[in-house]
Design a binder for this molecule. Structure first.
Ligand SMILES: C[S@@+](CC[C@H](N)C(=O)[O-])C[C@H]1O[C@@H](n2cnc3c(N)ncnc32)[C@H](O)[C@@H]1O
Length: 188
């Protein structure tokens, strides 16, 4: 799966309607067991990124691939306002009402204006760099978390994340618990 995640990050044309439909169906099917199969310490990398990833602006955070919204309350605490967005309606339906908006949409075509958010958080999901770059306000941050580190099915190293964003970005990164995180900002 890492090869597929890398192709999608680096080549917009890899996200075809068929791939989008397959992904939606896959997570629709996984939704009913998603919360039952959680391991411990899943929040550690995100909490560590927020604690040690530098200064964060306050404003709207867009959580891409929010799934069952396990991490949405953490992001709401950190940023004040959060939009939990996922392509799978079944995953969104498994979530407790999140502290913010819940949106079904494809992150390859975000239903947001340019520069609308101060942060984008991606926890174990696919990277859609052009859309992330478009919706991030100046000074905005991308929080990229892989809960299983380099073993995660959707893992991308930070160098690939920056390459996909098109250069001109810089990151701090660390290991935390089972996972890895990077906080990525436009270079000054
Ligand atoms: C591995 S799950 C992680 C869910 C959640 N972040 C977690 O860690 O529990 C990946 C999530 O990304 C969502 N996703 C995949 N492609 C997406 C896309 N193009 N737009 C929005 N969400 C997407 C899936 O539906 C799924 O809920």
């Amino acid at each position: 799966m890492q090869d597929g995640a890398r192709r999608i990050a680096l080549d917009r044309s890899a996200w075809t309607p068929d791939v989008a439909a397959f992904t939606t169906q896959l997570f629709d099917q996984l939704a009913s067991v998603w919360n039952a199969e959680r391991s411990t310490g899943r929040a550690d990398p995100l909490l560590d990124a927020l604690a040690r990833g530098g200064d964060f602006p306050s404003g709207i955070c867009l959580e891409i691939g929010s799934g069952t919204s396990e991490f949405t309350p953490i992001l709401a605490d950190a940023f004040g306002r959060v939009i939990a967005l996922d392509i799978s309606m079944a995953m969104l339906r498994q979530a407790d009402p999140p502290p913010g908006a819940r949106v079904r949409a494809d992150a390859a075509r975000l239903p947001l204006a340019d520069q609308a958010v101060v942060a984008v958080a991606c926890v174990d999901t696919l990277l859609f760099p052009a859309e992330i770059s478009r919706v991030l306000a100046p000074g905005g941050v991308l929080i990229w978390v892989n809960q299983l580190g380099a073993d995660g099915p959707l893992f991308l190293p930070t160098t690939t994340v920056i390459e996909a964003l098109g250069g001109g970005w810089e990151a701090v990164e660390a290991d935390a618990g089972w996972g890895k995180w990077a906080v990525v900002r436009r270079a000054a």
